[in-house]
Design a protein around this ligand. Structure first.
Ligand SMILES: [Zn+2]
Length: 115
């Protein structure tokens, strides 16, 4: 004997479920995710004079390193945020040799937490 699906009760259940969801509206979704936005100063290792220089850029990140780390170490296996991706290969002047230089290696560009 085939048992017909209990459409009547299913309908009631769906209605109750929907009402419960509606009733919760305004409670669900107000939970705020904890966001820790920190400021970082960006440094790069200069190929011209083999020293680290500030890139003169400050960025805000909510998933940056606690202290300081290279971009590669910070974002291994993760997608680079756009403001970080644009740091790679930025042309800047070496203060020691006065030559224009850029750093394409994301392991030679550093994020330093400044609070
Ligand atoms: Zn330099």
């Amino acid at each position: 004997m085939a048992i017909p699906p209990n459409v009547k009760y299913e309908g009631k259940f769906l209605k109750a479920y929907r009402e419960a969801r509606e009733g919760k509206k305004g409670v669900v979704g107000t939970e705020q995710q904890e966001v820790n936005i920190a400021k970082y100063s960006v440094y790069f290792f200069c190929d011209e004079c083999c020293q680290a220089h500030p890139l003169g850029i400050t960025i805000e990140l909510n998933d940056g390193p606690p202290d300081q780390a290279s971009i590669r170490d910070t974002y291994t296996g993760r997608e680079l945020p756009p403001q970080v991706a644009t740091l790679i290969g930025n042309m800047t002047q070496c203060p020691n040799t006065r030559k224009m230089t850029s750093q394409e290696d994301n392991n030679q560009v550093f994020l330093v937490s400044i609070g």
